[in-house]
Design a protein around this ligand. Structure first.
Ligand SMILES: [Zn+2]
Length: 415
């Protein structure tokens, strides 16, 4: 198999130090990853307590594994807890989560997925200072920017049409000499259209995202993507100034436009991109959850739609046979060869400007209760699909502490 590069991620937040040191747990895990996969890079979500980070960096240095600061920008940030009233604003003036299609477990886990507005300069100046400090104090090879996006279908379809806050209003009017508020009734009208959407209306779509991106809102969508791009550039440039490599955590190409991630622009300011193509994850960014919530949202708008027929239409659009009910989709996931479709979509983005830029696909390899349970057969299918693409490597996600040794061995054996 031709896969040459492997990275992984680790969450040290709220992890007991003794769990890492007991029986040399972390050292053994990283030794295995190095031996089985020649692990090149570890992305680290640090803890306030430095002990875990110091230990991890020491082991990585011994094994010649590069370390990155894994830094979330707009949700689940390190600096303060985001309150619902600080989150992005919908066309109806609501903040917090949306309603139609929202993942019922949202906000109940370790992460809130409440999103700050990328144009909220006051909050982001504070976050930027914190980021600068982190880079000054701790020695990393690179930074990995995460949560550089707007809410996804899992947050409820209303939240896809954010943000209308005063910061955005000011910026929009500077850009376009147009009042952003003009778009509030346009989104409202679109939601009225969704109430009468029929299966036959979907026949010409080639992407699920396009269903939710009507042409007359194009300027609003452009503004959102620009807002994410400019924010990301600010942080990426700071990292570059300090000679750090920059990697970006991105939604799968089939969904990226919905969360305002423009691959083409983001590719120009980074060294590598990580499209998250999680086929078996029932939490935000996972395809089963995001596809499921998107379809659930459409059903909630128009209960006259037939679930089974809608999924069958969605299968045509994503070019993969999805399980025939939404509950089965969450449980069984999407077929692994959707990776090939996502790689095709990446090619359509035509990321030509920076020829050295790499694409490391994010595939989950964890066993994390109900959220994801990955085993040997799934990994085998993952690797087989990746080997049919020209992706540059694999980021085994999203937490090495929850990736069983057996999974690392399986991947190693397959190589
Ligand atoms: Zn805003």
């Amino acid at each position: 198999m031709k896969i040459k590069w492997f990275g992984s991620q680790i969450v040290l937040n709220k992890v007991e130090h003794s769990l890492l040191t007991g029986n040399d747990f972390l050292k053994r895990k990283l030794a295995l990853a190095k031996e089985a996969l020649a692990l090149d890079t570890l992305l680290i979500w640090p803890d306030r307590d430095k002990k875990n980070l110091e230990l991890t960096q020491k082991i990585c240095s011994d094994f010649q594994i590069k370390t990155y600061l894994w830094y979330p920008l707009l949700a689940d940030i390190a600096l303060f807890k985001i309150r619902p009233e600080e989150a992005v604003e919908t066309f109806e003036g609501q903040r917090g989560y949306g309603k139609h299609g929202r993942w019922p477990q949202l906000g109940q886990g370790e992460e809130d997925f409440l999103f700050l507005c990328p144009n909220n300069e006051q909050a982001l100046d504070k976050i930027f200072q914190h980021f600068e400090n982190q880079l000054k104090i701790d020695d990393y090879d690179g930074v990995f920017l995460d949560r550089i996006r707007f809410p996804s279908p899992g947050n409820g379809l209303e939240s896809l049409y954010t943000c209308f806050c005063p910061w955005c209003q000011r910026k929009f009017s500077d850009y376009y000499q147009e009042d952003l508020n003009r778009y509030r009734p346009l989104v409202k009208d679109f939601f009225q259209q969704l109430r009468v959407v029929e299966l036959s209306d979907l026949a010409y779509y080639r992407s699920l995202s396009d269903i939710l991106r009507p042409g007359h809102l194009q300027r609003f969508f452009d503004f959102r993507a620009q807002s994410i791009f400019q924010l990301t550039r600010r942080f990426a440039e700071e990292a570059k100034k300090r000679n750090k490599t920059v990697g970006l955590d991105l939604f799968a190409p089939s969904l990226s436009s919905l969360v305002a991630q423009d691959y083409r622009e983001l590719a120009t300011i980074s060294d590598w991109l990580k499209p998250m193509v999680y086929c078996h994850t029932a939490s935000p960014a996972g395809l089963p959850l995001e596809y499921g919530c998107l379809l659930q949202g459409l059903l909630a708008f128009n209960p006259g739609l037939n679930e089974k027929q809608l999924i069958s239409e969605a299968s045509r659009i994503v070019k993969a046979e999805l399980p025939c009910s939404l509950s089965a989709l969450l449980k069984e996931g999407v077929p692994e060869d959707i990776i090939i479709q996502e790689a095709e979509r990446l090619k359509d983005f035509n990321l030509t400007e920076n020829e050295n830029r790499k694409i490391y696909i994010g595939l989950e390899a964890v066993q994390a209760g109900e959220l994801a349970h990955i085993d040997g057969p799934v990994l085998k299918k993952y690797l087989s699909a990746v080997s049919e693409t020209d992706l540059d490597g694999i980021l085994l996600s999203w937490n090495l502490l929850k990736i069983p040794d057996q999974n690392l061995r399986v991947v190693g054996d397959l190589l």
